[in-house]
Write a protein that binds this ligand. Sequence first.
Ligand code: CUA
Length: 362
Amino acid sequence: MGEETRRGPVTGRTWVMLVVVVLLASAIGIALGLAIDWFPAQGSTIASKIDTFWDVLVIASVPIFVGVATVVIFSIWRWRMRPGEEELDGPPTHGSTRLEVIWTALPTIVIAGLCAYSTVLLLDIQDSPAKGTRVVNVVGQQFAWTFATNENGKRIVTNRLVLPKGEAVQFKVHSRDVIHDFWVPEWRLKVDAVPGITTKYSVTPSKTGTFQVVCAELCGLGHAFMRQFVTIVEPAAYAAWVAKQTAGAGAAGAGAGGASAAKPDGKQLFVAGNPQTNAISCGSCHTMKAAGTTGTTGPNLDTALKQDDAAGIREMIVSPGKEIAEGYGANVMPPNYGQTLSPQELAALVTYIDKSVHGGKQ
Ligand code: CUA
């Protein structure tokens, strides 16, 4: 034995080459990692801090990945088995205390450093909000968000979040059923909505515009559709929005859920729902030819409701749990259309669906 070590220990020149490869590849990797636009535009005052943290993580992790990959690839190449070596065993080795100390200490220092940084950052952005900060209660349920806030002593409930730019807001996040996750990518913050507890975070929107509110926790068949919108407006526009919302609620009175006085449009309700009252659109989950919708979370209504009359369709909307179509899970359809639709809206919707699936002219 002994011949098997003919590819002997790594020489000084090879070491230099390996180090050069690692340095070069790290430089390229870091440059790429920093050049790529990973995230949407920054929409909150803390977004830049999160992005800086991300950059630090890229800078810290690329050389580690490159270093490990280089050693592995080099070892596979240099000490690979060649024809005739099938029976050979490598030379006996014993531990290297120096090496073990290094490869234990180095990762410990790196991890401890990054943990310290992220802890400091987390404490910084979790700053308890100042007294008087606007509170928005966020309720997640399969498969929609509801937002409730108090303005001038009046409660505003919507499923389209509207907030003023530059003013801090605290979200208190709840869930009615399973775990969801409240996420606005532009703000860089997200938090789970967990049944039974209230989770919180505070943010100061810094960019006007309309952004998606995304559920970032797999929560059932309709998870992918659990997307709504937040619109950030200038404070003056927000005040106007509040005035409109609270005025509407006062005029329409309780029960109607702020439904407008105009006759509800069944097709409109089917395709877009009613954002004012948290009624999710039918079309986001159901295919129906007349409405031009193609959702597949729930049954195709053209075929599923063929045998149902208006009363039956109404029953399916109000009590979806009673009869589950074959191949579809229970509790996928929101059970609260009886509350989110006003009686007038429900009637318009039923008439529209009835006509549509039974070939009536629209
Ligand atoms: Cu709610 Cu995913």
